[in-house]
Design a protein around this ligand. Structure first.
Ligand code: GTP
Ligand code: MG
Length: 196
């Protein structure tokens, strides 16, 4: 797969530290523990490219991964973790909004949500910002292996229906980093955004 060539490039403490880039970036965002880093590892077939953890809040930095000279994947810190001080949460939400609005090389946003608990307030806010910034959104409903087929389908349909309200380019896909469910579909969307 094209994605196996991904290499760690650099980390940044916040949006302000990202240097301009004239290629394409695709960012992975979502609540803490949603499975962002796991999904990145699955997509790149590298088990330890992005660090994963049972403890929410593992990814505290913005991590950039290079696919080739013109294309990158970005692992963003999670939001919504209860134990993070309010001021820090608000700061991160603000900079996330700025990133979506101002990062010109950003060409798509992957929003990851646990399939059992999708579309929390902050998820909706994020999707709303992305659509407002004219970015296409791929919603990955993660940990799909935790639900039986019937319930899984029901959740996908529910989120698809709800996401019509955003009136943007929003795709909804069940996904599992454990079993690979939804991996080909997710890759197709990303390849399309990357122009590969
Ligand atoms: P932060 O960096 O803290 O924001 O979390 P994250 O969104 O990067 O989540 P991470 O990938 O670290 O995964 C969190 C936990 O969920 C880990 O214990 C993973 O093993 C587990 N997990 C992630 N994806 C899946 C999945 O598809 N199925 C199952 N069963 N567990 C998963
Ligand atoms: Mg992470």
């Amino acid at each position: 797969s094209y994605f196996t060539q991904a290499k760690f490039l650099t980390s940044a403490p916040d949006i302000a530290h990202l240097t301009p880039f004239d290629g394409i970036e695709i960012a992975f965002a979502g609540r803490s523990n949603a499975g962002k880093s796991s999904a990145l590892n699955k997509i790149t077939r590298q088990n330890s490219l992005a660090r994963t953890s049972k403890t929410p809040g593992r990814t505290q930095l913005i991590n950039l991964f290079e696919l080739d000279e013109q294309r990158r994947l970005v692992d963003l810190p999670g939001y919504g973790y209860a134990k993070v001080p309010l001021a820090m949460k608000q700061k991160w939400q603000k900079s996330l909004g700025e990133y979506l609005q101002k990062r010109e090389c950003l060409k798509g946003l992957v929003v990851l949500m646990d399939i059992r608990h999708p579309l929390k307030d902050l998820d909706q806010e994020l999707i709303y910002w992305a659509v407002s910034a004219k970015l296409p959104v791929l919603i990955l409903l993660t940990k799909a292996d935790k639900l039986k087929a019937g319930k899984r389908k029901q959740q996908v349909l529910m989120v698809r229906e709800a996401s019509l309200a955003f009136m943007g380019d929003v795709t909804v896909q069940a996904f599992s980093s454990l079993t690979g469910v939804g991996l080909p579909e997710a890759e197709n969307v990303l390849l399309n955004w990357l122009g590969v």
